[in-house]
Design a protein around this ligand. Structure first.
Ligand code: GLC
Length: 580
């Protein structure tokens, strides 16, 4: 090790010590204009099926989450988003709801829900529910009624096309094995529409009765005290029911045809008036429309629609073939800049519809899994927007290796496989891509310890536990001060103590740097610099003079090679500097 590097190390340690001393003084941060609790929230997403099984059936449940509330609190997160927990036949793991006012039997009872909510509130953690109302389950009473006869009062709760009109105009289904969104139903000799699987018929939002039903359901949960709603696939809710013919091949760009159709904003304004405005709840939409204009219409403050939305462009960057950092920087930067003055977005790199964050964005090899996960968590928790952190990413959980379709549980994977087979695709390549990108990767059970089923269950888990749970698990990482888990906790603490990380303006530094993603955040007289080396090689960056006097707020290595304003970052090194 060179003498100058040692000098910098010592110096960095002093600075860390100094900045810790600073931190321990109660800082009073000046009020921020337009501050909102949901902007400051750090959301932890729990896929209940996979979090913790309390009753030995191999499926996670609400009591399991209750057992882990102290763990959740220890992460420093301030809100939890639960994937759907309502009664469901589980064609799509709860995204096919058959009763919106009750709890899925496998997950427990309403009494368990009430204890979970009060347990969260006792710990100052908010709860966000998933509202799945673009469609219901085909086993929902509404649909049973609707399909029973053409003149049933529930007929217009869904979209029907009578067979005597001939074949309906082709609509693409995201999950159907044939890709066809119209399902013929012999009971009434008609087709019903399902943008997702055929067990998920789309609700007819142009029917005011449907809308009222949904608002009542939302009020039912808001009256119980839940703190927010995530609107599943809602950008697809409005439809042009004259069913114009779409151009051939439209499905390659189906968002342009399906998202944000006429009526959607009226529905959201109505929902806001009926529900959101009456409670202190946050609202977030899955999907941000077709373009910035659409996204602004959803989330700008004066629109009175939603608080924030998830834009997919960011999370779509990594492909099976890889991704380049320049694209990542461009995408995250343009979304940030576009919403710098109005509107608000979510920041996320993974969720239950994605493969694991470190396997897509980082490097899940033994050598680099730990620093690259820390780097990705540093990124999410230092960007503008509300961060959504997916369970297990605080540990650096990775993709699982499945080699046969029989191992997959996800309806999208299984039906996608059938479709690819029938279309004569190269199945070896299909399986490789599935292995990399399947949603099941992100749904394997939480890794609590190194026991047989990772402490998730003592039965056979519904989806296999990743073999690497022997090394990657909460118990192990709790006791290691340098673990990914403890770095995550440091980052949540840092974000909560430093409003600059929530509200500060964002500016990209060295946009052309091939391996380092660097940006500043600036609020009043506070300025921080985030440096992320997205590479398994050392990478160097030259900083300007203003950074010569800095303290280190966080560093995923124990040292920092900072000489004459040049910083040499180690593989996947992530640091945040503060100008003194
Ligand atoms: C959303 C959910 C996804 C689900 C789909 C259909 O995209 O996030 O998990 O399969 O909607 O409800």
């Amino acid at each position: 090790m060179s003498r100058s590097l040692i000098k910098v190390m010592i110096c960095s340690f002093c600075l860390i010590a100094l900045s810790c001393k600073e931190e321990s003084k109660e800082k009073s941060n000046p009020p921020v204009e337009n501050a909102k609790w949901w902007k400051e929230a750090i959301v932890y997403q729990i896929y209940p099926r996979s979090f913790k099984d309390s009753d030995g059936d191999g499926v996670g449940d609400l009591k399991g989450i209750i057992q882990k509330l102290d763990y959740i609190k220890s992460l420093g997160v301030t809100a939890v988003w639960l994937n759907p927990i309502y009664t469901s036949p589980n064609a799509d793991n709860g995204y096919d709801v058959s009763n919106y006012r009750d709890i899925m039997e496998e997950f427990g009872t309403m009494a368990d829900f009430d204890s979970l909510l009060s347990g969260m509130h006792q710990r100052d953690i908010k709860l966000v529910m998933d509202i799945v109302v673009n469609h219901s389950s085909d086993e929902h009473e509404w649909f049973k009624q609707s399909r029973s006869s053409r003149d049933n009062p529930y007929r217009d709760y869904y979209h029907w096309w009578p067979a005597e009109k001939g074949e309906p105009p082709y609509r693409y289904s995201l999950f159907d094995a044939k890709g066809d969104a119209w399902q013929y139903d012999s009971i009434t000799d008609a087709y019903y529409l399902h943008y997702f699987a055929k067990q998920q018929p789309d609700l007819n939002w142009s029917n005011p009765k449907v809308r009222q039903e949904v608002y009542d359901i939302m009020k039912f949960w808001a009256d119980k005290g839940v703190d927010g709603f995530r609107l599943d696939a809602f950008q697809f809710a409005a439809k042009d029911t004259t069913y114009p013919k779409f151009p051939d091949g439209f499905e390659k760009d189906f968002i342009q045809y399906y998202a944000m159709q006429d009526g959607l904003h009226d529905y959201l304004k109505e929902m806001n008036e009926e529900v959101f405005s009456k409670y202190d709840v946050m609202s977030v939409a899955e999907g941000a429309g077709r373009n910035f204009k659409d996204a602004h219409k959803l989330v700008d403050q004066d629109r009175n629609e939603l608080n924030m939305a998830y834009a997919f462009e960011g999370v779509d960057v990594p492909k099976y073939e890889g991704y380049d950092l320049k694209t990542m920087k461009d995408v995250f930067t343009k979304w940030d800049q576009e919403f710098a003055d109005d509107g608000w977005l979510s920041i996320f790199l993974s969720n239950h519809d994605q493969a694991r964050m470190v396997s897509r964005w980082g490097n899940d090899s033994k050598a680099f899994r730990s620093p690259s996960t820390k780097l990705l968590n540093t990124f999410i928790l230092s960007m503008r927007g509300t961060p959504y952190c997916y369970y297990g990413d605080e540990l650096g959980m990775t993709n699982i290796d499945f080699d046969s379709i029989s191992q997959y549980q996800d309806i999208a994977a299984i039906n996608g496989y059938q479709k690819a087979l029938s279309e004569g695709e190269d199945m070896a390549l299909f399986m490789e891509k599935l292995n990399f990108g399947s949603r099941d990767n992100g749904r394997t059970p939480m890794q609590w310890d190194n026991s047989e089923h990772a402490g998730f269950t003592n039965a056979t888990p519904w989806l296999p536990v990743n073999d690497n749970h022997v090394d990657i698990n909460v118990e192990e990482e709790n006791s290691d001060t340098n673990s990914v888990l403890n770095h995550f906790r440091k980052m949540t603490e840092l974000r909560k103590k430093n409003p600059v990380l929530v509200y500060g303006s964002y500016e990209l530094v060295a946009p052309e740097h091939p391996t380092i993603y660097a940006y500043t955040r600036n609020l009043d007289d506070t300025k921080v610099l985030v440096l992320l080396n997205f590479s398994k090689e050392n990478s160097e960056i030259q900083l300007d003079e203003q950074w010569s006097n800095h303290s280190i707020l966080i560093n995923n290595y124990s040292d920092l090679d900072f000489i004459d304003n040049s910083i040499k970052l180690k593989p996947y090194q992530a640091v945040i500097l503060n100008i003194d």
